[in-house]
Design a protein. Structure first.
Ligand code: DC
Length: 226
């Protein structure tokens, strides 16, 4: 049997991490895990239950009531995020969640809760996980680490197009502010800030098509698997 590896993809918001990760997972027959969806699901739970994120005790207590699960949807051919048995894949993509998620993801207890589950998912390797701290904290020994970047303007446009399809009231200004705010919090927080792992390979996709990115990443995969 071919050697299975762990592939981590970290980078700024809206860099196309999940698009590449899904395609690699499909090609290799690996599991794809969207770690950001877990932080978004926790944020949704906190919002719905009015959890005061400044209150550590309340946060710890709330985490005990959260069960996260990825369930494969044969129609979309992707795993979707479930919170306490409810499919929340669609609602967590909303700007309301995006506005709060970076603050929630900066909480130490929240990260410990999510990282422990993420590490378990990689037990058997054969996994592609994207996020912000996957190559640095979750799987520091991963065989292939990719760090994705793209120009800000390109990222804003991509995210705007995605959100506009669901909500035509969204403005480019809102999307731009949200991306800048999240990048700032994600890369400046105390616990596991977004940073490029020393041994990560950088993929700047500002001027690359999805196909070109995929080809480049597959070259790296082949080199690591052999
Ligand atoms: O990838 P995303 O935009 O869905 O992630 C949502 C937020 O979750 C992002 O602003 C930062 C946080 N996050 C994180 O802190 N660590 C991860 N491994 C993944 C996401």
């Amino acid at each position: 049997m071919a050697k299975k590896i762990i592939i981590t993809i970290d980078g700024w918001s809206s860099c196309g991490k999940s698009t590449l990760a899904k395609r690699l997972a499909k090609e290799l027959g690996y599991i794809y895990v969207d770690s950001g969806a877990m932080y978004r699901a926790i944020t949704l739970y906190f919002l719905r239950n009015n959890i005061d994120i400044e209150d550590k005790k309340e946060v710890k207590q709330a985490l005990k009531s959260i069960s996260l699960e990825f369930v494969f949807n044969p129609n979309s051919q992707h795993s979707e995020m479930y919170l306490n048995g409810e499919n929340i894949e669609y609602v967590i993509r909303d700007l309301i969640i995006a506005e709060k998620v970076s603050d929630v993801a900066a909480i130490k207890e929240v990260r410990e809760f999510a990282v422990a589950q993420q590490q378990k998912m990689g037990d058997k390797k054969g996994i592609v996980m994207d996020g912000r701290d996957i190559g640095t904290v979750v799987f520091p020994k991963a065989e292939l680490k990719i760090f994705m970047t793209a120009d800000n303007a390109v990222r804003v446009e991509r995210r705007f197009k995605e959100l506009f399809q669901k909500n035509p009231n969204v403005t480019i200004e809102e999307v731009k502010n949200n991306l800048e705010m999240r990048d700032y919090i994600d890369s400046n927080r105390e616990v596991s800030p977004l940073k490029k792992a020393k041994d990560a390979l950088e993929l700047d996709n500002t001027n690359l098509t999805e196909e070109q990115q995929f080809k480049k990443a597959m070259e790296w995969v082949r080199a690591r698997k052999s």
